[in-house]
Design a binder for this molecule. Structure first.
Ligand code: S3P
Length: 445
């Protein structure tokens, strides 16, 4: 356990580039391992989650090395070319690593055993197992479809059409990655569109993939199986979910002036920024551009006073990882912020609705959680703070409450800052460069 305390500051100022996008980094390593030839990956997130995926892909036969200049090089095995690992694949804390890998393995004739840390071992995998069994793979998992589990992939995967019962980009991606090995067309239908990084990267590497809107408005993604994936150059934008912590700290501290370079602005990830603008935050997007088929911009954030808002439930899939930090913004705003449609937060790295309720209460913030909703009452300006918050192996809970400590009247302590390294290595140093104050104990640094 590595406790860390954040101390109140006046403003966050300067410019920075947060590390690479976690979702896109996992996909880059996995798809580069299926391409033929050498891929170059620029801006890969070197967080623990992604390093676990790199280790897993190496165990499956891909050659992956980091150059001294920080550029990663991967030599793929070609579609169908992954080999059986001779040890257990340990995905650490990463739901994305585990679920996407289950999809990839399902379409290969290999048997693999997968596990993860205490948090990952408690998370539901049945949602991925169900469609992958339809495709022909078999699984032996713990009760409730939990890790550790064994995947028995199939030599003869069948293309399927699958309607997602939950809004989950991980489930969608697992089916598409398995469908790569199947002859014919694999289709995934989603009622609520989720992040489309897998679709964009498959296209970037040359796969034939169609997206259409069905009667009734559902989004349908169809992949033509057995493509030849072309190795090439992949540029990974800065992670909008990591940028969110600095962005909210700047947005709620009047006097702040912050620039965040090269942040991904994929509309299926941008819900937090829309919501912050509705709350009155001064956020602008400059130098909009595209990198490797993903939209990117520089974010400029000026501190101001925020107002509480009602966040539409339908927006949740586009900001599903940002509710912890939005709840902190809400605690600093004037009035009530109501956040419905959050059932999925119960099965993230921790039960985030429970963790937020406990943490905000410990920091003197009025909060109410329902089975799938959260409501936070802000009094305008600094919330009391002063609490100690249990991280529960959840990086985003740790970072969100540290931001609360910067913007509160009194310091806030998280009992364990170690999980931050899963998605945002260097968080403390980057934030400190912008004016944040942290200490390993409660005393002033
Ligand atoms: C992710 C999808 C989301 C998100 C996770 C990353 C992805 O999970 O919470 O952090 O990379 O596909 P779900 O698919 O469970 O919603």
């Amino acid at each position: 356990m590595e406790p860390l305390t954040a101390h109140p500051i006046e403003a966050l100022t300067g410019s920075a580039r947060v590390p690479g996008d976690k979702s896109i980094s996992h996909r880059a390593l996995m798809l580069a391992a299926l391409a033929i030839g050498e891929s170059e990956i620029h801006g890969l997130l070197e967080g623990e989650d992604v390093l676990r995926t790199a280790a897993a892909m190496r165990a499956l036969g891909a050659k992956i090395v980091r150059g001294p200049d920080g550029i990663w090089h991967a030599w793929g095995r070609g579609l169908g070319g992954l080999c059986e690992p001779d040890g257990v694949l340990d995905l650490g804390n990463s739901g994305t690593g585990a679920r996407l890998l289950m999809g990839l393995l399902a379409g290969h004739p290999v048997t693999a055993v997968m596990t993860g840390d205490e948090s990952l071992r408690s998370r539901p995998m049945a949602r991925v197992i169900a469609p992958l069994e339809q495709l022909g793979a078999r699984f032996v998992a713990r009760d409730g479809g939990r890790l550790p589990l064994t995947v028995v992939g199939t030599a003869d995967p069948q293309p399927i059409r699958y309607e997602l019962p939950v809004a989950s980009a991980q489930v969608k991606s697992a089916v598409l990655l398995a469908g790569l090995a199947a002859p014919g067309e694999t289709t995934v239908v989603e009622r609520a569109p989720t992040r489309d990084h897998t679709e964009r990267m498959l296209r970037h590497l040359g796969a034939d993939l169609r997206v259409s809107t069905e009667d009734g408005g559902a989004r349908s993604v169809t992949l033509v199986g057995q493509p030849e994936l072309a190795a090439g150059r992949i540029r990974i934008p800065a992670d909008p979910s990591s940028a969110a912590f600095a962005a909210v700290a700047a947005a709620v501290l009047p006097g702040s002036q912050l620039r965040l370079d090269g942040v991904g602005t994929n509309p299926l990830r941008a819900g937090l920024y829309t919501t912050l603008q509705e709350m009155g935050a001064g956020i602008t997007f400059e130098n909009r551009r595209e990198e490797s088929d993903e939209p990117v911009a520089d974010l400029v954030i000026r501190g101001s006073e925020l107002q509480g808002v009602d966040v539409p439930a339908g927006r949740a899939p586009t900001m599903i990882d940002e509710y912890p930090i939005l709840a902190v913004a809400a605690a600093c705003a004037r009035g009530r912020t109501v956040m419905p449609g959050l059932g999925e937060l119960r099965v993230k790295e921790s039960d985030r609705l429970a963790a937020l309720t406990r943490g905000l209460t410990a920091c003197g913030v009025e909060v109410e959680a329902g089975p799938d909703s959260l409501s936070v009452q802000g009094r305008g300006g600094r919330p009391p703070g002063g609490g100690t918050v249990a991280t529960q192996l959840d990086h985003r809970i740790a970072m969100a409450f540290l931001v609360l400590g910067l913007a509160a009247e009194r310091p806030v302590t998280v009992d364990d800052s170690a999980p931050i390294a899963t998605s945002f290595p260097g968080f403390q140093a980057l934030m400190a460069d912008l004016g944040a104050r942290f200490s390993a104990t409660r005393d002033s640094p």
